[in-house]
Design a protein around this ligand. Sequence first.
Ligand code: PFF
Length: 447
Amino acid sequence: MQENNGRSTWGSRLGFILASAGSAVGLGAIWKFPYMAGSNGGSAFILPYIVLTVLIGFVLLFIEMSIGREARAGSGQAFGRLVNKRWNCVGLLSVLTGFLILAFYQVIGGWCLNYMFDACMGHGLITDTSKLGEYFGQFVSNGAMSITMQLSFLALTAGVLIFGVQKGIERVSKILMPLLFVMMVVLIVRGLMLDGAWKGVEFMFKFDASAFTSGSLLNALGFSFFSLSLASGAMMNYGSYLGDDVSMPRSVAWISFLAVMAALLGGLMIMPAVFAFGLDPSAGPGLTFVTMPAVFAQLPMGQLLAVIFYACLVVAALTSAISIMEMSVQYLIDRFGMSRTGSITWNTVLLVLLGIPCALSFGSMSDVLFFGKTFFDILDYMTSNIGMPIGGLAIAIVGGYLAWPAMRKQLHMNETVPAWLESFVKISIKFISPAVIVVIALAGLLG
Ligand code: PFF
């Protein structure tokens, strides 16, 4: 990214794609997808996730980024510029959604750091599968330890934002992101060779109509948005940094494809091993971290591979966390005229305050419940199942109705777009997206 009149712009089209794909591909694929699938009937979650991402997620991502580029503003101001000032409150909801995601996301980023350090110290492998849950439980319930790791992850995120995204993280992620994909394939192949592993694949893909519930559909919709970093300000902000000389549809198609692939690979990496080791697929947020040490134990040079894997995971998590914090940092700059350093400081302080109860939700605050959920779970639920669907609906209404001509212009900018694609985008954004979001969100929330 380069600074340009106080707003950054992407150095190149590749820089934009890498950063946006870096935002999309993160802990969602490797940490969240497997346990969400495990707790929501496997295929009853995965199949709707794929359909929803193709039918509406991809289009909404294009529209969200186009709104940002057209308005040359992040979501705090973009709706106001394109429609009228009253719409800024919807943009503000997206800013808040992104911010609250980072509040709990940093905790999982801290878990990855911890597992990376542990692997470096030679503790990355567990051969006795009865010990898997115990090892994870001991770490997450140790408040001081998990807060230290969470704060370290947050410090890394803020540090990259201070010292510049392009020089450090773009270069590192160009190597580590492809490496993460390669590592996942290696782990999948090994996992599939375990006895009983195919049951996990069946669980993921075998169509079972009876497993579908309104709750699993809402979770699939929420996860589709989460995996594409939709409706949380980050992608609108990244779109606002994009020069007019770059075509967007192709980049957005790539980003969506990579996000879906990463999630499916994440699922294939965890689920077969879960079944092979007789673990509980609905064990919740710890599932990936409980399972991986047993998979590494099955590999030659497992220790080394564990270090590399967790390092890739930390970088994948960082590129996502950066996209959110960059958005909220830019928001305070645009809205209150703060300096960049001042805005980073404010964001960091607030994230520390919100992050600590999230980290403690797995330990000393595990029985402090709001509507039956821990602080961590309630933030996760509110953002994915309420904030993102409302934000997505707003994006559809603005893009499909209030600013459609501008969106059409964005679609054709520097690209010969076939007529069928324009019709698809138009039908999806005007009719399918709003209808599907309203029906699924209401059924899931009320049902
Ligand atoms: N897409 C990221 C992931 O799957 O890990 C999470 C995320 C990043 C959500 C940025 C929202 C966001 F604005």
